[in-house]
Design a protein around this ligand. Structure first.
Ligand code: FES
Ligand code: FES
Length: 156
């Protein structure tokens, strides 16, 4: 099966041996975009989070063939025109530990703040609760999401 995907603003033609190939494998193995990670492959950890038309989505749960015409953004494209507020906040707060979950966390946070630019702590906790971190960076993530909301206001 041949399809055209729009990823980080560029069109890519891909040929799938298996028509059910999940987006995460197309991104990582065919397009070389290895920022999005995978772990559970069942939508339960958030490591593979990308944006589909601006909304956070689990790339392990979406078939690439269903995504023609959808604007796909990965962590590689998030800061294409300068660091995104979440990236600035993550650096300020020194969030990452091993880093494995962090691309997914950043993509989740960026999509959340687009919808909810002035969140309270409870909304942040709820929005980020599906993105797991085995290194225990949750408290720093919560702080960084709140800081990213401030940075977005300062940058506006
Ligand atoms: S690998 Fe996609 S949610 Fe865990
Ligand atoms: S930083 Fe290690 S899993 Fe989150």
């Amino acid at each position: 099966m041949r399809l055209t995907l729009q990823v980080n603003g560029a069109k890519h033609e891909v040929v799938l041996d298996d028509p059910d190939t999940p987006l995460i494998f197309v991104l990582r193995e065919m397009l070389g975009l290895t920022g999005a990670k995978f772990a559970c492959l069942e939508g339960a950890c958030g490591a593979c989070t990308v944006h589909l038309d601006g909304a956070a989505a689990r790339a392990c749960m979406r078939r690439a063939r269903d995504l023609e015409g959808v604007a796909i953004t990965t962590i590689e494209g998030l800061g294409a025109s300068g660091l995104h507020p979440v990236q600035k906040a993550w650096i300020e707060e020194r969030v990452a530990q091993c880093g494995y979950c962090q691309a997914g966390q950043l993509m989740q946070a960026a999509a959340f703040l687009r919808r909810s630019p002035t969140p309270d702590a409870e909304a942040i906790a709820r929005a980020m609760s599906g993105n797991l971190c085995r290194c225990g960076t949750g408290p720093r993530i919560a702080k960084a999401v709140a800081r990213a909301a401030e940075i977005a206001k300062e940058d506006a």
